[in-house]
Write a protein that binds this ligand. Sequence first.
Ligand code: FUL
Length: 494
Amino acid sequence: MCARWFIAMLVCLAGLSRAPRLAQASDAVLPPQPFGPVPTARQLRWHEMEFYGFVHFTVNTFTDMEWGYGDESEAVFNPTDFDAGQIAEAAKEAGMKGLILTAKHHDGFCLWPSQYTEHSVKNSHWKNGKGDVVRELSNACRRHGLRFGVYLSPWDRNSKDYARPEYITYYRNQLRELLTRYGDIFTVWFDGANGGDGFYGGARETRKIDARTFYDWENTRRIVRELMPMAVMFSDAGPDFRWVGNESGIAGDPCWATLNVAGRYPGGSSDGLNLGERPGTDWIPAECDVSIRPGWFYHEKEDARVKTPAQLLEIYYKSVGRGACLNLNIPPDRRGRIHEDDVRSLKEFHRVLQATFARNLAEKARLKPSNVRGQAKQFAAENLLRGDRGKYWATDDNITTPELILEFSSPVSFNVVSLREYLPLGQRIEGFALDRWQTGNWVEFAKGTSIGNHRLLRVGSVTADKIRLRVTQAPVCPALSEFGLFAEPAAINK
Ligand code: FUL
């Protein structure tokens, strides 16, 4: 009894002697409170991809159309040398992190042997009806370390049931096939187009639907959440990422990751999608979709109009560089391969990007922040140079417009500046400016508004031994996870 009491005393004393340490722990500097809407885990995973591709491929490739009517014979689909590996390789070599295939476009032809329709690859001559483009491309993506996603057009100009309640069951059955047969799917892309006229099982008429109610999106989205919880869904206004409001790949400036979704629906108004909305009730960042050619599908007559590496770079800086993701369409030709002209342009584009971002010149700098949150190492400005999105520089709560000076032992020359916010704490910065030290004075050389996932600024050639970043407007203290200075090579091969 006595011995037990003695042991209890010892435990109690040990506890007391730990008390000061506990007090220290509770004094630890807490991270800033999140501001406004913040991204979900699935949205964060998507943000990290930044650049991926569309693969528009179907009967249109063979009929030279952009929107098939829905009456195309299955025999039309007959690639002579389909090579999913070559398509995935072209994407990989361009720096893409994934591919999204038009498993079914508006014409209703299915690139996989769906059990719910005869209008698919199973009734084509390609591989004697035994082929499955979704299978081959999803496997090729996996082999090349790319994520795979699907586009399943809600508008179906082939289906006899389109515009009737039965169609919704058909559509959901197809969605289930795609989400259960082909491994991990990173995104489901719901197009908002609903053109009206079509074949519709031979009716050849115009069918109008009410885009707000017909598809009962809420219950369709539930299927995706249930079968593929980490998949992000696209439609004009989300729920996970939004259309940027144009098909030229250009995000607005600013481009806020937030939006007010109340009253919005797929196929509805595109107002506000380009710039986003601030304040906004929901985290619905933008995706910039654009084709490497004028059309979404391959047309031989457009071989000379493949976007040049310089044009692709311009798009990259105005999409990824404004906090959006870039979805660049690379349409296979009638062989079922990415055309040589497209591959050449993609490679040079990627070579320039790699050369540009090979080395962050800011790493050589001594950093002098005007404030560090609680003077804690955890929030030090050095976090900006680690290349780690999980670390960030933050200031005390009452310091919303801090500055950071970078001092170099000898002058550095750069023409691109890169910034990232730490997204789990929301989009916090509303204005920033950059200065260079020139003959005893600070001279502003760039400024901007939104940062978000990534902000890239092409600033012209700057040479200086002192650079300053100023946060000029923010409702709360900033949390920045990257500051980069890069040199884009001057010459671009055509
Ligand atoms: C649009 C479609 O009508 C085009 O054909 C293409 O698929 C593009 C990505 O989306 O709404």
